[in-house]
Write a protein that binds this ligand. Structure first.
Ligand code: SF4
Ligand code: SF4
Length: 171
């Protein structure tokens, strides 16, 4: 499938990839990996995406088997009408404990675990424990405020539930 990601989003992804690679290189035992998906099960809110992120995510969703996509659609519809917290990402493959659209995942999923927000942190519980223990004092975290700024420049952020309701894959 051709890469139709917009140039600004591509640029943002490349910057994130560089920061993530640097952290992984300095800490080869970094715990974010396939199968470690606690963060996908404890979202603070319904994921919000720009139009470019949705276009990319939609491409990934469109490659999933019809049955799987229908299940995701059902979960998203339930999330839209009756969200319960913490929010489990409706896209997560619970059997595999992994994201089925990892390559096309939104920016927030790319930065989580590697970027922090001034005064707010933004670590998952596992990383928080290591931070509190002083183990990660040398990590050069990404700056999440700059990511938020870059995303705002890419356009309006809308909830996944809205994107899916108006522009579902396969329509
Ligand atoms: S952010 Fe935390 S829960 Fe998510 S993959 Fe990384 S270590 Fe696992
Ligand atoms: S889109 Fe994928 S990586 Fe992001 S929260 Fe959902 S399952 Fe996790």
């Amino acid at each position: 499938m051709p890469d139709t990601t917009s140039a600004p989003l591509h640029h943002l992804h490349a910057g994130i990839d560089t920061r993530v690679a640097a952290i992984r290189e300095s800490h080869p035992d970094w715990q974010c990996a396939r199968g470690c998906a606690s963060c996908c099960r404890q979202l603070a809110d319904i994921p919000r995406l720009t139009a470019g992120e949705w276009a990319l995510l939609k491409q990934g969703l469109a490659t999933l088997p019809a049955q799987r996509l229908a299940e995701i659609g059902d979960r998203i519809a339930r999330l839209a009408t009756a969200p319960s917290r913490p929010i489990v990402c409706p896209i997560l493959d619970e059997t595999e404990g992994a994201c089925p659209v990892y390559v096309q995942r939104p920016v927030a999923c790319r930065t989580y675990g590697f970027y922090v927000q001034r005064e707010l942190g933004l670590y998952c519980g596992d990383i928080e424990q290591r931070v509190a223990g002083g183990e990660l004092a040398d990590v050069v975290w990404g700056n999440h405020d700059s990511i938020d700024h870059a995303l705002r420049a890419l356009g309006e952020l809308r909830p996944l539930t809205e994107w899916f309701a108006q522009d579902a894959p396969g329509r």
